[in-house]
Design a protein around this ligand. Structure first.
Ligand code: T4K
Length: 369
């Protein structure tokens, strides 16, 4: 049987390239706490991502959690349940209350037309997620945030390297939080970043990721430890050199999938958005059992039998997690519920061979009556 194929595979530079990159660490003995690699990666990312300010952190989750803390928010945050645990957890761990808005059935991002009716006297912010690299309705979110004086913090974990109308995706909202986890389009092993416009927010974040230390004898906030270390920054520097090439290879894999699965009855492929330069982060497919003739579960099992690890990103919805003890009414987000029960994200990474894509598609199509 052919080798197992997992939902993704981390991009890595040649070993020698990484060895060359980290060799200076042996000269300096500087391993962490905002060292030279950290600074170099920060500058390189500002340039690549087309943003003015960026701060690097240990991971995307701490980016979300510390950004909310830095904004000193209280009350309710409007967000969506069709996301990774991290988004909702970041809100709850800050003592804030998530208010779940439904998603759009095409982009899987927040349905901006449903935000306004969720706003109360306690609403302080909106935390929309650019799901799978699809971009939220930025203009409408901006309009609402401006009208009701709300902060906007984008969960931009999936959108590394993307642009909207030619602008770096990190330039929108009060802040955008990225993940550079091993499974992402661009990785620094573990890593994350926050792009922001207000320099004061940047200063707070910088302090919060270092225990809230303001000066040698001054601790102004109850911070955390979320500093990106030099080995992660070095991996980021190496992977950044190949980022464009990686995205181009992903584009070709996605095209192959689209060619094979496009137009098949009962299969909804990811949308293609106008004005967006995509990074081809994920390849979600929604299976409508009645039209397709097989359920998501049947396709998932058939793929698994053949050593193919598709994933149910994002099932279950975060508003159904056991840890929330039925606090939220999942029926208030019916579109998210519908999609989460039907979606599969198929394997996608730069080195995925066309023959493997074809094999995956053949298996999927064989499930159809
Ligand atoms: N917001 C959103 C919307 C997110 O999706 C995420 C993370 C975050 C916030 C938080 O960002 P981070 O704090 O993670 O930076 C994975 C990732 O761990 C997680 O980063 C990601 N979202 C989520 C969607 O997926 P798992 O539990 O599915 O990962 P795992 O270990 O099953 O890995 C998936 C596949 O990736 C494996 O089958 C093989 C491949 N892989 C994995 C690892 C760990 C590799 O090739 N190399 C590796 O080192 O969560």
């Amino acid at each position: 049987m052919a080798n197992n194929i997992l939902v993704t595979r981390s991009s890595m530079p040649e070993l020698q390239e990484y060895m060359d990159e980290i060799s200076s660490i042996w000269d300096s003995h500087w391993l962490t706490n905002m060292g030279p690699k950290h600074k170099q990666l920060q500058a390189a990312l500002c340039d690549y991502m087309g943003v003015e300010n960026i701060d690097l952190l240990t991971n995307g989750h701490m980016a979300l959690e510390l950004t909310l803390q830095a904004l000193n928010l209280q009350g309710e945050v409007i967000t969506t349940p069709f996301t990774f645990a991290s988004t909702t957890h970041a809100i709850v761990r800050n003592g804030l209350t998530p208010v779940f808005c439904d998603i759009d059935s095409e982009t899987y991002c927040i349905d901006a037309s449903k935000i306004e009716k969720l706003i109360t006297d306690y609403t302080c912010a909106i935390m929309p997620v650019h799901v799978y690299g699809n971009i939220c309705n930025i203009e409408e979110i901006e309009r609402i945030a401006h009208k009701y004086e709300l902060k906007v913090i984008y969960d931009a974990a999936h959108t590394f390297g993307e642009t909207y109308k030619g602008k770096g995706i990190g330039s929108f909202g009060d802040a955008s939080c990225f993940s550079f986890h091993a499974t992402k389009v661009f990785n620094s092993i573990e890593g994350g970043a926050v792009c922001f416009s207000d320099k004061q927010l940047g200063t707070k974040l910088y302090e919060l990721k270092n225990f809230g230390i303001h000066g040698p004898e001054e601790v102004l906030a109850v911070g955390a430890n979320a500093k990106m270390n030099e080995f992660c920054a070095a991996m980021g520097l190496c992977n950044l050199r190949h980022a464009e090439e990686e995205i181009e290879k992903r584009r070709k894999v996605v095209e192959r999938y689209r060619k094979r699965l496009g137009g098949v009855d009962g299969i909804q492929l990811n949308c293609i958005q106008k004005d967006v330069k995509s990074n081809y982060a994920y390849f979600p497919v929604v299976f409508e059992e009645k039209q397709f003739g097989a359920s998501r579960a049947e396709v998932f099992d058939k793929l698994a039998e053949n050593g193919i690890g598709a994933r149910k990103y994002f099932y279950p919805l975060t508003n159904t997690f056991e840890c929330f003890h039925n606090q939220y009414d999942v029926l208030k987000t019916p579109v998210a519920l519908h999609i989460s029960k039907r979606v599969l994200t198929l394997p996608l990474y730069a080195e995925l061979a066309f023959e493997d894509v074809d094999r995956i598609c053949d298996i999927i199509l064989s499930c159809k009556y």
